[in-house]
Design a protein around this ligand. Structure first.
Ligand SMILES: NC(=O)c1ccc[n+]([C@@H]2O[C@H](COP(=O)([O-])OP(=O)(O)OC[C@H]3O[C@@H](n4cnc5c(N)ncnc54)[C@H](O)[C@@H]3O)[C@@H](O)[C@H]2O)c1
Length: 380
């Protein structure tokens, strides 16, 4: 639902077929786009008119479906998280490379326009070297209607796979150099929603920069307050609706939760969101360079230099999430994108895994070592 406007708007994309377990979604797709709805992925992959697939199924299907699509010769855009294990990401990135097919992981908030602009300011060294990134996000993620597996740690449930995958992408893009270590603590403190609902982490980078990341999905403090009450999806938010996610969940109960989740999905009976007036964002982010701090906002970037403070506005989005389609279409056309490809997704997933390992072991974990250890193991 969130990527559909960008898929429809891109002149290089024609929606030529879809598959889903729910017949109502297939029927709606055929009516809306005049293209076939296939009962299985295998049938869809046999359709020779289809060049590329966008995979937006539950996390634990991403690897098997991506590998099947690549085997069938299709380019793949796969939702974040790329998969639920680093092993799977390694296989996916390798399969795309060997087949010479595009594999892009996204959309993540690493594609957000203000992140792109700030990353190019960092890379220009206009304000000296990047030294520190402060990223925090306090949301109601754990109290939105969820499928059971979204709260099951064994199936990639909780906030690390779903949300750190965004925050790590953002921070990696801003700093622009490899991650050398992560020290983190994850937290699971609400027995009503037993899964990791929060984390805090310190990431270090080649070149000496460091980033602190905090995330809580427990629906208490809302960091959108720090972003002018603009929501993650770029909509204006009413602070008076405090507690709404918890109240709604308490009202509908476990039975109602499944239907509330399905209503928000394609083919469901929930309303489509109105066009967002602002860019999407992923919470409060400050990039500290030697000569200035930059605050990323959905409307632009506030730059705090030694003796002046300037606002660098960013024009409102024409279509949300257009950047991911730009990158995917370019990759399919064989143009180098060098950003959110399989290797990038693999490295972000290694950071998510390092975050979890660091918390359970109480030590620093180097995500690069997680990848090289697996490569050595696979080579044996
Ligand atoms: N990039 C973002 O900002 C963002 C936002 C939301 C969700 N996501 C990602 O999208 C993915 C889906 O999440 P969601 O919240 O949209 O879930 P959802 O339940 O709303 O949608 C999943 C869809 O997959 C279908 N499905 C399930 N099993 C299938 C199968 N075997 N074959 C074909 N279709 C199948 C379901 O019927 C449903 O239509 C997750 O990986 C999630 O992380 C990303």
């Amino acid at each position: 639902m969130l990527t559909l406007p960008a898929l429809i708007a891109h002149p290089g994309v024609v929606l030529a077929g879809a598959t889903d377990l729910r017949p109502e979604a297939l029927q709606r797709f055929s009516e809306e786009f005049g293209a076939p709805g296939y009962a299985t992925l295998d049938e869809l992959l046999q359709d020779e008119t289809i060049d590329a697939v966008y995979i937006a199924t539950p996390h634990d299907l991403h690897a098997v479906q991506t590998l099947a699509a690549l085997r069938a010769g299709k380019h793949v855009l796969v939702e974040k998280p790329m998969a639920t294990s680093v092993e799977d990401c390694l296989a996916m990135a390798g399969a795309a490379r060997e087949a010479g097919l595009a594999l892009i992981v996204g959309p993540s908030h690493g594609f957000d326009e203000q992140v792109r602009t700030a990353a190019s300011l960092v890379a220009s060294r206009e304000f000296g070297q990047v030294r520190m990134v402060t990223a925090l996000n306090f949301t109601d993620f754990m109290f939105r209607p969820r499928r059971p597996e979204e709260l099951d740690p064994a199936r990639g449930g909780g906030v690390v796979f779903s949300q750190a995958a965004h925050q790590i992408d953002v921070v990696r893009r801003l700093v622009g150099s490899p991650v050398t270590g992560i020290r983190a603590v994850t937290a699971n403190w609400d027995s009503q929603r037993p899964s990791d609902g929060a984390y805090t982490a310190l990431m270090t980078f080649e070149g000496g920069a460091a980033a602190s990341l905090s995330y809580s999905g427990y629906a208490h403090y809302d960091s959108d307050e720090l972003l002018g009450w603009i929501s993650e999806l770029g909509q204006t938010k009413d602070p008076e609706l405090y507690g709404q996610a918890r109240r709604q969940l308490a009202r509908i109960g476990t039975e109602g939760e499944q239907s509330a989740k399905a209503a928000r999905t394609y083919g469901g009976d929930g309303p489509r969101s109105a066009k967002a007036p602002h860019h999407e964002h992923f919470g409060f982010i400050i990039v500290s360079c030697e000569k200035a701090d930059m605050k990323l906002l959905p409307t632009g970037i506030e730059i705090y230099e030694n003796e002046r403070r300037i606002f660098h506005p960013i024009a409102p989005p024409k279509v949300p999430r257009a950047a991911v389609l730009e990158e995917f279409v370019a990759a399919v056309a064989g143009r180098p994108t060098g950003l959110h490809d399989g290797q990038w997704g693999l490295e972000t997933m290694a950071c998510c895994r390092a975050l979890i390992m660091s918390s359970s072991q109480g030590t620093d974990v180097d995500p690069r070592k997680i990848i090289t250890d697996l490569q050595v193991e696979n080579f044996k």
